[in-house]
Design a protein around this ligand. Sequence first.
Ligand code: PLP
Length: 395
Amino acid sequence: KPSLYEIPVPDIVSLGAYADRLQREAEARGETVAPPIRLQIGEPNFRTPEHIRLAAIESISGELQTYGPASGQRWLRELIADKITRINGYTVEPDNVAIAQGGTGAIQSSLLATLDPGDEVLVPNPCWPIYLPQIQIAGAVAVPYALDPNNDWLPDMDQLEKRISPRTKMLLINTPGNPTGAVMTRQIITELLAFAQRHDLYLLSDECYDQLIFEGEHISPASLLTPAEFESGRFVGIYTFSKSYAMTGWRIGYVVAGKPLMKTIVDVLNAGLTNISTPIQRAAAAALTGPQDCLVTMRESYRQHRDLVIQQLKAANRYSYTPHGAFYILINISKRHGTPRNGRQFALDLIRESNVAVTPGQGFGTITDDYVRVSLAATEDELIRGIQAICQLAD
Ligand code: PLP
């Protein structure tokens, strides 16, 4: 099967572990070293807000923890249906929603419910790398389509058209995007929807960063469909509590789809998961019903960090685009002088020389050889020192 990646996923994950190992080795030699600056990891640098944690504790001490419905508790699905109307701009019922183990579980159950062996899935390049093994597990084949670095990392529609084959079953899109932070415009979403409908494809829309938008608007493709198109159609929306509410380790997200498709997705969840535990669902409910200032604070922090990093990149002549959402930026590290170094070699050298961990672009696809991904979910000081080290090593 074709692979999008030059380096396997575990290798990317291990960069942080590699930085830790270097630190332990230095300490064993009696050297005092600062902990690595971790800009490689895709998770909020905030604790889960207290009212969310307390809701789980109350549930543990006050409720029976019995099996629940595979689709998730109805009281949570009601709150999610309400959130989808308020935030994502389309109307659904609780039975259009299923709770899964993070965005990851929501995607995996949707892929298993829709794909047959040999089907092809159009996947953005670069993309969140876990799509690939997930598609492989479903017996299907990932076919990459380019996001254009010269057009704010938005999809290249001409190339997308050329990737269609008789086996194409699904178009997968992600906005705001990982690793780019790109936010798709209404115009692009309209074109992508028309493309999917023209070729009779499922459209899987990964909106895990839907509430982390710095400027402009997040457009959920389903908000451009009629209710009848959504209900009988081939649309799947993917969401998570992980990023907006700093709940990565809690493992809770959800999938939204028309009811006939949802039935199969819930069958898959039932077979693989049974249900997400009740205290975690209570925590998610508290996230939706509680004060939203935590979300605003985190988003504002990522936006300020984005501005700071861009300012530094401009000063160092390394600015290439502005991410408008999520909390990542791809930085072009192509060398101006001397021997070129790809992202992976760059990331290793950066840890060894400056104790700064970033993720090589190759971790996300084949067109990001000359890039590293930096997470904006770090402190200002870490970002300033980290970007300085990146720019120095790149020159
Ligand atoms: N989709 C994208 C684009 C992501 O970046 C991530 C996590 O990094 C996920 C899905 C998975 O989210 P979760 O941690 O909720 O499983």
